[in-house]
Design a binder for this molecule. Structure first.
Ligand code: ZN
Length: 221
């Protein structure tokens, strides 16, 4: 089972503050050795808990204008397609599919007035009369995005099974397949994934098992 103990939570909260904290500093702080700090950090990366190490820029120093928030009511059958289309716009800071009267929430990066008009026009003229309703407002002041507050006591990691894509926190079956460590909710899922991987290696499957699953899902729609 993948568990985050108190030391893990300590390491993660230090890295949330400053991702450049050295292995040596983390080792001192936690009374662990540098190799075991490295092992733990590698575990966060392998499980997908740490998606990437990045930087936070003050975007207002580069982009002029103000950011905006949009609430959209999109024809449900077009929601996936529209979300993808809109997401491709360079202005999008984040995009969330929501429940309720509006089903799409968009927050943009800072935009000039001209960009705002163009963006609204582009959204309104998306094909297929997909947009039923659109509400927009200008964000007056944006505070810095806040990282999540880590739990105070140990937690189990929720892991997604690489075969059935189910989220689980029970016993984890893991094995390196096709050059990457994979996680499975059961030996059955592991076996099925390995079967697919073998077929892929033999050339009987044209798609990588990970992509095949996504394609299957797409075909069901
Ligand atoms: Zn599974």
């Amino acid at each position: 089972m993948h568990k985050l103990d108190k030391t893990d939570l300590r390491i993660l909260s230090t890295l949330l503050e400053d991702a450049r904290t050295s292995y040596a500093a983390l080792a001192r702080e936690t009374n662990l050795t540098i190799p075991s700090i490295k092992t733990r950090i590698q575990k966060y990366i392998d499980t997908g808990l740490i998606e990437k190490f990045t930087i936070i820029l003050d975007e207002h120093m580069i982009m002029k204008g103000t950011s905006m928030t949009f609430l959209l009511k999109v024809k449900p059958s077009d929601l996936d397609k529209i979300s993808k289309d809109i997401y491709d716009s360079p202005y999008i800071a984040n995009l969330t599919i929501t429940s309720g009267h509006y089903n799409l929430l968009i927050v943009t990066h800072p935009m000039s007035d001209k960009d705002k008009l163009e963006f609204i026009k582009a959204v309104n003229t998306l094909p297929g009369d997909s947009i039923i309703e659109l509400v927009s407002s200008i964000n007056l002041e944006t505070f810095m995005c806040k990282p999540i507050e880590l739990p105070k006591s140990p937690v189990n990691l929720l892991i997604r099974c690489d075969y059935c894509h189910r989220e689980f926190s029970g016993e984890v079956f893991s094995k390196a397949v096709l050059g990457r460590k994979r996680y499975f909710c059961s030996p059955i899922c592991q076996e099925k994934y390995e079967e697919r991987a073998k077929k892929y290696i033999r050339g009987e499957l044209f798609r990588h098992p990970d992509e095949e699953k996504a394609a299957e899902k797409e075909a069901k729609k």
